[in-house]
Write a protein that binds this ligand. Structure first.
Ligand code: DGL
Length: 257
């Protein structure tokens, strides 16, 4: 089985790692949280590019056979340049506009993401392509990444912060909310509580992580990585190594969730 490198600006990508491990339990994983530099959403393109390249070099030096960029912001900025430079497969994140547009009953979908993702050409192109006949309303999840990085996933502060960005989408009639940042699934229970308490029943949240996990399997199969011929020998099947550029407490707490 393969060694899979996973990176994010912080702990958010653990929501993707969780889904990947469900479908590839025997791979071994190296997760890098760049939490000393989180959030990426407010950083320059050059800075994000430079961080992504040095983190991927570290993951490759530790034997990664494939790398998941478990961050929408980093994917939008850096995945093309990473693919050009390194000879391993990369799988990235994309807000799930297509399934949301196909599934909406109200004709309105909401997208919650960082400012960086919402202004990226990758997202704008995808929205153009898949949202024909559907109204797309967007909002930055203001303060969401910071809450998750502090490990605050419930309680009055989390509810107030989430409501401020979620309510404008619900008030415009969105019945499907796309979680366009990998930190946001950690706040999904709070958002579901807000919907239930304020009478927005039947609202669904879409997290692209399960689709990313399926895509990773496809890519590994296409490249013959980790197949029975033993192209990639995984030292400790199922192991997860957590690396970070900053404090580890919240990272370990969220990993255990
Ligand atoms: N998890 C990152 C994403 O999916 C967080 C963004 C940030 O660091 O600003 O975009």
């Amino acid at each position: 089985m393969a060694v899979i490198g996973v990176m994010d600006s912080g702990s958010g990508g653990l929501s993707v790692l969780r889904e990947i491990r469900k479908v590839l339990p025997e791979a071994s994983y190296i997760y890098y949280a760049d939490n000393a530099n989180c959030p990426y959403g407010t950083k320059s393109r050059e800075f994000i590019l430079q961080r992504c390249h040095s983190i991927c070099e570290l993951l490759l030096s530790r034997g990664a056979d494939a790398i998941v960029i478990a961050c929408n912001t980093a994917t939008a900025v850096a995945i093309s340049s990473l693919r050009e430079k390194y000879d391993v497969p990369f799988v990235g994140m994309e807000p799930a506009v297509k399934p949301a547009a196909m599934g909406t009953q109200s004709g309105v979908i909401g997208v919650l993401a960082t400012a960086g993702t919402l202004s990226a050409s990758k997202y704008l192109d995808m929205k153009d392509r898949y949202s024909d006949g559907v109204e797309v309303v967007e909002h930055v999840g203001e303060g969401f990444v910071e809450l998750v990085e502090r490990g605050v996933l419930s309680g009055p502060e989390a509810e107030k912060t989430c409501a401020a960005s979620l309510m404008p989408l619900l008030e415009k009639g969105a019945d499907i909310i796309v979680l366009g940042c990998t930190h946001y699934p950690f706040l999904r229970p709070v958002m579901e509580k807000i919907c239930a308490e304020r009478g927005y029943r039947g609202v669904r949240f879409i997290d692209p992580a399960p689709a990313v996990a399926r895509r990773l399997i496809q890519v590994l199969e296409e490249k013959g990585i980790g197949d029975k011929s033993g192209v990639a020998a995984c030292p400790v099947p199922g192991s997860v190594e957590l690396l970070s550029s900053g404090p580890r407490e919240v990272l370990e707490y969220l990993y255990s969730k």
